[in-house]
Design a protein around this ligand. Structure first.
Ligand code: BES
Ligand code: MN
Ligand code: ZN
Length: 459
């Protein structure tokens, strides 16, 4: 990775961290050339600021960063593009755990989507040998995979491209890849995936990747792969459609997570299923009012063709449940309502099990990944009743839309399945330290951390 180099030498530039209190204490006791320089810059001393300190010849010698009392993953994540290019290293007085998370932040902060535009050179950080290099790299790589897939415009990220990306990943890790394309979805009984995707000249498909030892616990992962969501016949407004290239964000998360699991060799048996479609408009598009019998046998009345994600996921989830997974996780950019509830920067998750949810919460905290649980409130289930079918795809009231969408999915999940559903934005609408505008992994680091706890060999 361009943002790292092997080992620091005498030309490398030191990065030191101080909390505001530490810095104040330092300046109160005695002033050395470094503190004198920083004070003479006449900038306030506050977390997030950094100061370039020269040596006697005026050459950059040290970077001082003021950090929060609880050191954050993002403390130095802005530096790769704000420091002069060159080689840097973290002071070895910083603990291994702290350097680990700072290195992750640095890696995430040096991300750029460079395919269509000339990009900047980032500064480089020494990739220390005493940190857990494998995990750190896996987090950075997996996040990059998620971001790249989402940032790619829809004209280059149709179902066939998602399929190619999955095939490449499968080849890299010796995983098996299969897919069911176009009319074969009817033959093999994935009626909902076919119905949503059939109007596009980019054929719908169910993409599958399997990896690992079948003796290990079965972990199933599904991701909504709507490569562009026009809304279908219930067409979206221009503003509503503008960012819908990201509607395959769930699929990107599923692939990012798969990459993490395989790269860290987690002892699980992994099964990934990605229903990949374009929700397009044509003479053969599925319509409001149509009734489609799902893979599970349940009949679904289409109330709104823009509630397409839950349809394609339903068939994928039914199949995965038949495999009796130890844990089933799905990621989806499922509802605008989730954004209304929590805003764009906090991912929503649902789970019936407190144990799983609490495990996820502590992992979310440890990995500084902002997610929040919403209830699978059964009292809203009546909103999915249909006069002529088992259920409708869109609730009758406009309220609690993220919940009713999750309840729709739940009706395709087996009774005792440990199931976690993520409804995420998958996109940064603004830039923050380490999180540039554009495609983003949300709820990925939490799950990686959680899976380490749940399945990881004692490293
Ligand atoms: N892909 C959208 C949801 C979405 C919109 C996610 C904006 C993130 C940002 C989804 O397919 C959709 O259109 N949902 C509808 C559901 C409605 C028709 C019940 C929505 O949220 O408006
Ligand atoms: Mn939609
Ligand atoms: Zn959608």
């Amino acid at each position: 990775m361009d943002c790292f180099y092997e080992s620091a030498n005498e030309d490398s530039i030191l990065i030191t961290l101080f909390t505001k209190a530490e810095f104040d204490e330092l300046t109160n006791s005695s002033l050395d050339s470094v503190t004198t320089w920083i004070l003479s810059s006449n900038r306030s001393i506050q977390p997030g600021n950094h100061y370039l300190v020269p040596d006697n010849e005026g050459k950059l010698n040290q970077v001082v960063v003021i950090v929060d009392d609880n050191l954050s993953l993002w403390s130095i994540a802005e530096l790769p593009f704000s420091l002069p290019s060159g080689n840097y290293f973290l002071a070895d007085t910083i603990s291994v755990e702290d350097r680990e998370k700072l290195t992750i932040g640095w890696g995430l902060g040096s991300y750029q989507f460079s395919k269509y535009k000339k990009t900047k050179e980032s500064a480089r950080l020494s990739f220390a040998s005493d940190i857990d290099q494998e995990t750190v790299l896996a987090i950075i790589n997996s996040t990059q995979i998620v971001r790249d897939l989402i940032n790619e415009p829809a004209n280059e990220m149709m179902p066939e491209h998602l399929s190619e990306a999955t095939q490449k990943m499968a080849a890299k890790f010796n995983a098996s890849f299969t897919e069911i394309v176009g009319d074969n979805l009817i033959k093999d009984n994935y009626p909902l995936i076919h119905a949503v995707g059939r109007a596009s000249e980019n054929q719908p498909r169910l993409i599958k990747l399997e990896w690992g030892n079948p003796e290990h616990p079965l972990l199933c992962v599904a991701g909504k792969g709507v490569c562009f969501d026009s809304g279908g016949l219930d067409i979206k407004s221009a503003a509503g459609m503008r960012w819908m290239k990201k509607d395959m964000g769930g699929a990107a998360h599923a692939l990012g997570l798969a990459n993490y699991i395989m790269q860290t060799n987690l002892p699980v048996h992994l099964q990934v299923a990605i229903p990949a479609v374009e929700n397009a408009i044509s003479n053969n598009a599925y319509r409001p009012g149509d009734v489609i019998v799902a893979r599970s046998g349940k009949s679904v009345e289409i109330d709104n063709t823009d509630a397409e994600g839950r349809l394609v996921l339903a068939d994928a989830i039914s199949e995965l449940c038949d495999l009796k997974p130890d844990l089933l996780i799905d990621y989806a950019t499922l509802t605008g309502a989730a954004r209304v509830a929590l805003g764009t920067e906090v991912g929503v998750f649902f789970s019936e099990l407190d144990k799983t949810s609490h495990g996820l919460y502590s992992s979310a905290k440890a990995s500084e990944d902002d997610i929040w649980r919403l209830p699978l409130h059964q009292g809203y289930k009546h909103q999915l009743k249909s006069n002529i079918a088992d259920l409708v795809n869109c609730a009758s009231s406009g309220y609690g839309g993220a919940i009713t969408a999750a309840l729709f999915l739940q009706s395709f999940v087996s009774e005792n399945c440990d199931w976690v559903h993520f409804d995420v934005m998958a996109y940064n609408m603004r830039s923050r330290a380490g999180r540039p505008k554009g495609g983003e992994a949300m709820g990925l680091r939490s799950v990686c951390n959680y899976l380490e706890k749940r399945y990881g060999a004692n490293k």
